[in-house]
Design a protein around this ligand. Sequence first.
Ligand code: FAS
Ligand code: PHB
Length: 404
Amino acid sequence: MRTQVVIIGAGPAGLLLGQLLHTAGIDNVILERKTGDYVLGRIRAGVLEQTTLDLLDIAGVGSRARAEGLPHEGIELLFQGARHRIDLHALSGGRRVTVYGQTEVTRDLMEARKAAGLATFYEAEDVRLEGTDGNSPTVHFTRGGGAQTLRCDFVAGCDGFHGVARQSIPGSVLQTYERAYPFGWLGVLADTPPVSHELIYANTPRGFALCSMRSETRSRYYLQVPVGERVESWSDEAFWTELRARLDPEARDRLVVGPSLEKSIAPLRSFVTEPMRFGRLFLAGDAAHIVPPTGAKGLNLAASDVGFLFEALADHYREHSSAGIDFYSQRCLQRVWRAVRFSWWFTSLMHRFPDAGEFGQKIQEAELDYLISSQAASTSLAENYVGLPMNTRYADGAGAPMRP
Ligand code: FAS
Ligand code: PHB
């Protein structure tokens, strides 16, 4: 078999890239290790930047997110028993974020891909890349017990942190940077009304908590738990009791509990791979970088990588230009490192670190006090949270997408 672009991974990065390439008439095949239902069953991100919505529009799959997504113009920070609203809209020159679950983004992309009759091989195993440093890579895989081969022009590694693409780049070429945090997030999804119409990020003596949502009837909550904590040791009742203990009285009174639809623990880490390209192999999304979810950047960074890669490949096929391809890694990494910095800063500000000590605790309190009393400081939080501009020809990051 032959195609122009082989995409490894049918998460949001792979599916979005496949759809964008399709709009430009670029043939592509997706290889996914799991089943589609398994991919849809993973509960992950909840907040989309304007830029991500713009890219979904360009891919032709943005209408449900715009119709059903919840526009949010502020977040609240809870610390020392009081809530402080950060007016994202006013502080960022009129921008906002949209609450719309990653599961729904993935569903919209999967349905569009199926409707377009594009090739997606689920349950593709033993994916192996060959010749990515040449002009005509080959991708080997097995499916249903049979060995198969795809020849292509380019390979997009959208296969997440544990994927095969990054690992197929020679160690002598790659430089990785990592920071592991001494805690994880215990997340619960429940069909209960959210405690507030906006997200509440809480820094309390018992640890961090986040009150989020998926709709007006479905809530998403997170608790900071020590690294190594097991989800089996958390009953629903234990979760709700601990969440109550981390909320202010008003939120505590409004909290509606119910059976968890999903409960999981995600370890927190910052991770960046450089470069994000090796010959005709490009890394995008979690395959190249991981951020702690505090800043709601993971999914949005995956989307911006894909926007840059789409532009580069479209220029290659249309204009016979290699500029986008040659500049891809550098363009992505500038935005990636800004988001990694923000996610690290916001995580450091809102979580309790076991080794902080009394001085570290006082510094954290002083930073929070400064943040809510300085327009410059809260403007910096706001412009990072809503997402920094992407500056591409397709989505200029200010919510004014240009058609390809
Ligand atoms: P993904 O990991 O989503 O997708 C990669 C795909 O590649 C998977 O479907 C996988 O099965 C497949 N794959 C892997 N190896 C393969 C192989 N060898 N062959 C074929 N296929 C292979 N981000 C936020 O912004 N907010 C959050 O709250 C948030 N919560 C998260 C919670 C958890 C538990 C995790 C793990 C991540 C969370 N993230 C969050 C980040 C998350 O949303 C990612 O940024 C997002 O899924 C990135 O999308 P992809 O890059 O497509 O990677
Ligand atoms: C979520 O709703 O899952 C969510 C929202 C904001 C974050 C992280 C997760 O920072």
